[in-house]
Design a protein around this ligand. Structure first.
Ligand code: FAD
Length: 351
């Protein structure tokens, strides 16, 4: 049974990437909190490949705010690794397999203004890969083992008795002027980090969150150990022991998270355009991403109930966004900072 004491505490609803990074941001500063999580099997964080890529391949430009986001993410996940004594932050280049000469020329041209566009590799023969147009190496890329970070964090929070594994019921909230009550817990505020399940939250019903389904497959390719993630239409991320993750599909405006034959076929067809080796599929998973119309996170508090907060909208790039914006969120909750307009929920007229 959790015994929380009291007026300086926060209740975090959701232990996906958003809730977990916010929790660690509070923990770092000794700010008490309790997490409530319903262990939803189709939450995005459970299936995320966890890649971080500082380049938007379509236009070969830098990803939004990447120069600010990456150093914070690097420091943050390293801090979590130290506390949890587990490795989950992996630096690993991404190599883009060029589709044609035109794409290679665009890479060359854009690399003058984009430091993340690294060397072009031509005439490199990798037996398992069809890369006759050459490869472009992305600098400063990698991946976070999101499920492992979440699992280890869960164990840690359970051990500290600050994680309740249950559904949060909105009708049990009691909002007072400077406090909120939830069942036996009294706190200074509640922060909703519910991913796409925000769609059922009566306090934020009008925010334009788009549930975006994604499917991934995990496969085994014998004797193939590229020291990079490969990308051409889909990514092929080496995890360990000849095991790879390939993804992802995008299906907008759906909360139906079942895996489908159609999704698997799409991934396999795209992957077979460059992977020449035989493989065996080990798993097939699906989850729902919390994306937003303008592709920016959702931070802020309820216009009427100031102690009801939200941290959501991490969309397709949660790994890079979460640590930076968890910090901003924490500062805002402590009334030490304001939220910039482009991520503040106030940009959408009514919640
Ligand atoms: C297939 C796929 C691949 C992806 N690949 C990448 C990638 O390579 N790189 C990247 O950066 N991002 C990737 N993402 C996106 C990334 O997963 C998300 O940005 C991120 O995980 C969102 O985290 P979240 O905490 O906001 O939401 P979620 O992961 O959905 O977590 C929400 C949590 O809240 C809990 N919850 C919700 N409502 C309640 C309630 N009422 N009571 C109690 N608990 C509740 C849920 O159980 C869950 O644990 C991918 C997503 C998918 C689906």
């Amino acid at each position: 049974m959790i015994n929380v004491s009291i007026a300086t505490s926060y209740i975090i609803v959701g232990q996906g990437l958003a809730g977990t990074t916010l929790a660690w941001s509070l923990y770092k500063e000794n700010i008490p909190f309790v997490i409530i999580d319903n262990h939803h099997q189709h939450c995005a964080s459970k299936v995320a490949a966890g890649l971080y890529n500082p380049v938007v391949f379509k236009r070969m430009v830098k990803s939004w705010m990447v120069d600010d986001l990456l150093p914070v993410a690097d420091k943050f996940y390293t801090y979590c690794e130290e506390i949890l004594e587990t490795k989950f932050w992996h630096k690993l280049p991404i190599k883009k397999i060029f589709v044609n000469e035109e794409e290679k020329n665009l890479w060359r041209k854009k690399s003058a203004e984009n430091v993340y566009l690294g060397a072009i590799e031509e005439d490199i023969i990798i037996n398992e890969i069809d890369s006759k147009e050459g490869l472009g190496k992305v600098n400063n890329a990698g991946w976070l083992d999101v499920p492992l970070l979440l699992e280890k964090s869960k164990e840690f929070f359970l051990e500290k008795k600050i994680l309740l594994q249950q559904q949060f019921n909105y009708e049990d909230i009691l909002i007072l002027e400077n406090q909120v009550g939830y069942k036996e817990i009294t706190a200074k505020g509640i922060v909703f980090c519910e991913g796409y399940q925000m769609l059922y939250n009566p306090y934020f019903l009008k925010l334009p969150l788009i549930p975006t389904k994604g499917e991934v497959i995990t496969l085994k390719v014998k004797n193939f150990n590229p020291n990079c993630t490969l990308n051409k239409g889909v990514f092929l991320l080496p995890l360990n022991d000849n095991t790879f993750k390939c993804g992802a599909t995008y299906e907008w405006h759906t909360t139906k998270a079942e895996i489908t034959e159609k999704g698997k076929k799409e991934l396999e067809e795209k992957m077979q355009k460059f992977l020449k080796a035989d493989y065996t599929i080990l798993h097939h998973d699906a989850g729902i991403r919390p994306t937003v119309v303008d592709r920016r996170p959702l931070l802020g508090n309820h216009p009427q109930y100031k102690n009801i907060f939200i941290f959501n909208g991490l969309g397709t790039k949660g790994v890079m966004l979460a640590p930076y914006f968890a910090y901003i969120m924490k500062e805002f909750m402590l009334e030490k900072a304001v939220i910039s307009k482009n991520v503040d929920i106030k940009r959408f007229s009514a919640t």
